[in-house]
Design a protein around this ligand. Structure first.
Ligand SMILES: Cc1cc2nc3c(=O)[nH]c(=O)nc-3n(C[C@H](O)[C@H](O)[C@H](O)COP(=O)(O)OP(=O)(O)OC[C@H]3O[C@@H](n4cnc5c(N)ncnc54)[C@H](O)[C@@H]3O)c2cc1C
Length: 274
């Protein structure tokens, strides 16, 4: 695998989980990631856990990106947390709107991720490299594919340096999205987000929630395996390795893995890619 790599984690809830995650990170560091990122619970729910994990990654000698979501946040809280991240030595952010769990009011002073990107640039200049999210298969709440593309353009114009996609299994969707952005004159790197397949129920649940499409043939094959996890994993490894090879062959600038805090499936794909 010649492409630069990054690995995404989520903050753990228990001390035992944190110990396990440290071991997972060490296994993945063998692949020399460009950076590792830690997700951030919308509404600030994982503030301590996210920043704590980011600090640990930095102390392990690896560049770390903190995800940062703005839904429900105020300018004052964002300003405070940016200062905290800067003091920790963080140089990279993944700036997002986020999704509030149902039951939370929207509130807050930011409507969209583009507002957050503009605010970060206004407050901190070029202190941070800013990544944003994008959706080759269209964000589930977008008014239309065109509106979603414009929303992405707004984030780039507000100052985003690069983008990471929602995961997908159809390389055509990614290549078409990249082409569409280039036609708009946007030239930031667009890094495919890769979701290893290890469980069909988990994958179906996530995909329904985030709008990622599982092609019919993949869905049917996964359903056909029932509870046979070994076959699900073997099939998932074939599918995801092939996807990565096609992305690499088609000019993707890097790969970002949604590790789900596990190393085995990601490492298996990377090993297969050679
Ligand atoms: C790489 C990646 C990492 C992620 N990490 C996290 C995380 O750590 N924590 C978390 O909570 N979630 C995370 N998410 C999920 C993300 O928060 C959700 O997908 C969320 O619904 C949208 O976030 P966004 O930053 O893309 O929002 P936005 O870019 O603001 O877009 C949200 C919606 O609003 C629309 N929109 C944007 N601007 C406008 C406008 N001006 N007018 C009308 N409509 C507009 C867009 O088309 C889209 O439908 C991540 C997603 C990705 C792809």
């Amino acid at each position: 695998m010649r492409l630069p790599l990054s690995f995404e984690f989520f903050p753990t809830k228990t001390p035992e989980g944190a110990v396990k995650l440290r071991a997972v990170r060490q296994q993945l560091y063998a692949r020399k990631p460009e950076f590792c990122s830690v997700t951030y619970g919308a509404g600030g729910s994982t503030h301590q856990g996210t920043f704590g994990a980011v600090q640990e990654i930095l102390s392990e000698g690896v560049d770390a990106a903190s995800h940062f979501s703005c839904i429900g946040a105020t300018r004052a809280t964002v300003r405070e947390q940016l200062a905290e991240l800067k003091a920790m030595g963080v140089k990279r952010l993944v700036a997002l709107r986020g999704d509030l769990p149902s039951g939370y009011g929207i509130g807050g002073e930011f409507l969209y991720a583009s507002d957050l990107v503009a605010f970060i640039r206004e407050e901190t200049g070029r202190d941070f490299h800013i990544e944003v999210a994008c959706y080759p298969e269209v964000h589930p709440q977008a008014r239309s594919p065109e509106a979603d593309l414009q929303a992405f353009a707004a984030k780039v114009k507000a100052g985003a340096d690069s983008a990471i996609t929602q995961y997908f299994f159809s390389p055509e969707a990614y290549f078409r999205f990249v082409d569409d952005t280039r036609k708009l004159g946007l030239d930031v790197p667009i890094v495919p987000g890769i979701m290893p397949i290890t469980s069909s129920t988990q994958l179906m649940r996530f995909s329904d929630a985030c709008g990622a499409e599982i092609p019919r043939w993949i869905r049917l094959r996964l359903q056909g395996f029932g509870d046979d996890t070994a076959s699900i994993k073997a099939f998932g490894l074939d599918v995801v390795t092939d996807l990565c090879a096609r992305l690499q062959g088609g000019g993707a600038p890097a790969l970002h893995f949604y590790t789900m805090n596990q190393s085995v499936a990601t490492l298996a794909v990377l090993e297969r890619l050679g």
